[in-house]
Design a protein around this ligand. Structure first.
Ligand code: FMN
Length: 202
């Protein structure tokens, strides 16, 4: 996979981060996992609430790992079971100091997940995030408290860059090889009025 074709120079880890479908079925070093969680821990959040939580299952802990694979939507199970570790994400939608709604809790979880992904990239790992998770199953199987909302899953591991071997690997390789596309900045960065492209972006 080439470096992302960014229109402007960005941090190297941003140009190198992408979401692979083919992982080498290999453990992730404990120290690297801890560093990724540490990077997530230092994300900014509204009122410094840090509303995010992670449940982790490493592939070497095979029973825990299989339990988590079983919580993913079927379409994700096929490729994600090769990851070095799986993570379920959750967030507290209210502030712990006053129980009032925290309308940006999901924003903060996303930002922490982005920190995680970029740190992983810096360490030679790759991350593939998933919305395709059976959330009611997660709630039940992991005993998630009523005031916490499970949200997504994250596969983290080493990308398999070998020649695809077998039907599934070929299909996944094809998916990975699709064009990497993004909207133009001009569709996203406005000035003065909704839809007015900011004059300095193109
Ligand atoms: C919150 C979130 C949920 C996602 N859910 C899935 C998913 O369930 N299955 C999947 O194959 N990819 C999933 N993706 C991966 C996106 O499809 C991918 O990030 C997007 O196509 C951009 O590609 P890139 O990450 O390689 O730049 C998800 C990504 C995010 C951030």
């Amino acid at each position: 996979m080439p470096t992302n074709p960014t229109d402007h120079p960005v941090l190297e880890v941003i140009s190198q981060r992408w979401s692979p479908y083919r992982f080498v079925p290999k453990e992730v070093e404990e120290e690297k996992l801890v560093q990724c969680f540490e990077a997530a821990r230092w994300a900014a959040s509204s009122f410094n609430e840090q509303p995010w939580f992670w449940i982790v299952a490493r592939r070497q802990d095979s029973e825990k790992f299989e339990k988590m694979v079983g919580c993913l939507m079927e379409a994700n199970q096929g490729w994600a079971r090769n990851a070095g570790a799986l993570i379920l994400t959750a967030m507290r939608p209210t502030f712990s100091r006053n129980n009032k709604p925290n309308r940006v809790a999901l924003h903060d979880l996303g930002q922490a997940a982005a920190h995680f992904a970029l740190q992983a990239t810096q360490l030679g790992l790759q991350v593939h995030q998933m919305a395709g998770v059976n959330l009611s199953q997660v709630r039940q199987e992991y005993g998630i408290p009523d005031d916490i909302e499970p949200q997504t899953a994250i596969a983290v591991g080493y990308r398999d860059s070998s020649k695809p071997d077998g039907e599934l690997a070929e299909k996944l390789d094809e998916r990975e090889s699709g064009p990497r596309q993004r909207k133009k900045l001009s569709e996203q960065v406005f000035s003065e009025k909704w839809g007015n492209q900011a004059e300095f972006v193109s």
